[in-house]
Design a protein around this ligand. Sequence first.
Ligand code: CMC
Length: 428
Amino acid sequence: MSDIAKLQIGENSYEFPLIKGTENEVAIDVKTLRNATNGVITIDPGYKNTGSCVSGITFLDGEKGILRYRGYSIEELAEKADFLEVAYLLIFGNLPTSEQLEKFHSDIKSNSVVDDDVKKIVDAFPKTAHPMGVLSSLTSALTAFNPSSVDVDSEEDMYNSVVKIMGKFPVLVAWTMRKKQGLPLNYGSKNLGYVENIMKMMFEQPNEDYVINPIIKNALDKLLILHADHEQNCSTSTVRIAGSSHVGLFASLSTGISALWGPLHGGANQAVLEMLEAIRQDGGDTKKYMAKAKDKSDPFRLMGFGHRVYKNFDPRAKIIKKAAEEVLNDLGINDPILEIAKGLSEEALSDPYFVDRKLYPNVDFYSGIIYRAMGIPVEMFTVMFALGRLPGWIAQWKEMRTNKEPIGRPRQIYNGENLRSFIPLDKR
Ligand code: CMC
């Protein structure tokens, strides 16, 4: 293949270089398009064909169902690594040595105390507040308690801001859940692993010692790893674009949390569970809901199905389906909605509507079933997604700032009124 793209506009022809990624993906570099053509731009709603950056963090091939972090397959990482190792890998580029991991964990622990005044903010929210709104606000509020700006050219400064948020974010997650449940806001213990400590902070009851269940710990580790990054999705792009104005890490993360909340993105895990529960309460008639999903006059969509990039299968969904079966089995839980989920999925996979549109179960289809088995309330599911996605957002923000990317500022094609004269109020 030649390494230039040719564009003909009227009489004029233009050439643009092609950029090739390490996995041979190809892009037309249109950086000079507007200047060269005297004002012509590209338009691509939803960015279905537009790359926003060149990134070395995550590789995803939606046609083949491949997902890799820094070159390691998601299957291998989910089986062999723990969440903190994966966080280090995403943020710093390589798997840590045991000394590096120990130092990373110890620095995170030293930064895990949140200013006690944050409790007053948590207290001010009504118990009915959605945890994602609370989490986004609390993350933004952290900027008020940690006002010093990060010198992105200083590795030390960058490292310190990473360990700060890796330490404090799980506390905010736990407090968000405990507020909802009317439990005292607590801290975990420095003697526990990163994920074990998150569990203690979330689940410990005020009147009993918390004992870690290894089945739940392993499942949570896996879920967090599977959610840890997914290249330029909606929330990650939001974090990058907010950060491109040079607003700080915590403020950028808070915008990502809001973007993740939507039911077409991370909010789908809550929507899936609510959908499965509604089907169960409606007598378990999956065919009725399949028909609704296919009916173009009905806004209902089969939640947990379809993906912008995966047009074969979502490799994360495969791993989670197996994990959901194992966790329910190991915990001795017989959850009827697992059967409904499997039934729906089997029907969809042989239905021409879903097959033709390449709609497969995505990461959110089975994750809620595991969260529910762990005793996590449905409204917290997307918060768990955010907890997993934290290292990905950090890595992407760090890469964007370190690469000195320009401020994100898309163009538009205007289709409003042309110039018209102002008519005074009494003449309208
Ligand atoms: N149920 C029924 N029809 C669907 C669904 C669905 N879940 N998803 C897509 N379609 C149809 C859609 O109506 C359209 O049909 P047609 O070509 O006849 O107009 C076609 O499939 C293509 O859909 P699209 O909306 O153009 O595709 P998209 O790439 O813009 O949207 C999506 C991707 C994930 C937003 C969408 O599939 C969806 O809404 N899924 C349900 C929500 C969900 O599970 N989201 C979680 C995504 S994975 C977690 C994450 O990374 O956030």
